[in-house]
Design a binder for this molecule. Structure first.
Ligand SMILES: [Zn+2]
Length: 94
């Protein structure tokens, strides 16, 4: 009796857990909670490619050096900046 009852209880519990997580996922998607987070979009080109194409935003000179995958540093003035787009929750989504 106990051996037959326990797997049934376990499967019912598992079903309840799955149903609750599906409902939670649908709720998050419908209310757009995921859209209200700050999202960082990495650049499509690598930092090495962009280092050759971009000018320094601070002094306007070339000679940028990749600091990491998403950051460049200007050799002339030492200005460091990150690449990609950061969308905050205040911004509207089109
Ligand atoms: Zn500079």
């Amino acid at each position: 009796m106990v051996q037959e009852f326990f797997p049934l209880l376990l499967s019912i519990l598992l079903t309840i857990v799955v149903v609750i997580s599906i409902i939670a996922l649908v709720y998050i998607l419908l209310t757009g909670r995921s859209k209200s987070l700050d999202v960082y979009y990495p650049p499509k080109l690598t930092a090495e490619d962009l280092a050759e194409k971009l000018l320094c935003p601070n002094c306007g000179k070339t000679g940028l050096r990749p600091l990491s995958r998403y950051a460049l540093k200007c050799d002339a003035c030492g200005f460091t900046f990150s690449l990609g787009v950061l969308r905050t929750k205040e911004e509207k989504y089109s």
